[in-house]
Design a binder for this molecule. Sequence first.
Ligand SMILES: [Zn+2]
Ligand SMILES: [Zn+2]
Length: 168
Amino acid sequence: MCSHANSSQGVSDFTDVADSSDCVKDVKQPSWDLGCSLIEMTGVVHEFVGGDGSHPRSKAIYSKLDEMASELKLAGYVPNTSEVLLDLGEEEKEDALHRHSEKLALDFSLIILGPGTTIRIVKNLRMCPDCHSAIKIISKLYGRKVVIRDRTRFHHFDDGFCSCKDFW
Ligand SMILES: [Zn+2]
Ligand SMILES: [Zn+2]
């Protein structure tokens, strides 16, 4: 299913998803985010699919996500659920956003990588506005540089700002 079918960006996202069969074949359930994100650490590539619970450390990742979600809210983050068009309650929509693949990958990196290490993630789709604003806050909150390459460009997050100046 395509939850973004009625927005023009969503349509192109959907086409992209259809093309990137590598990422889609592992999705076993209807997903709000058919994107996947990759990170490489010490020669091992970790792949995260939106809503994914299959990673060996997913329990630690999800509890870190919950912790991050409350810290983000304290820091003034407001979940942007406007692009979540599924028939869900407000709380479930926020939950769906928190499980986007780049958030899972970022979260995993925060658990694994020591302070001061730049986090590098490759995402197969265009990053959604919610992930973008959440990662800006995370870069400031945790004092981390985060580099994400999405479909359209590189995003260098540092100290609450992104190199794309919110235009991508
Ligand atoms: Zn997102
Ligand atoms: Zn950006």
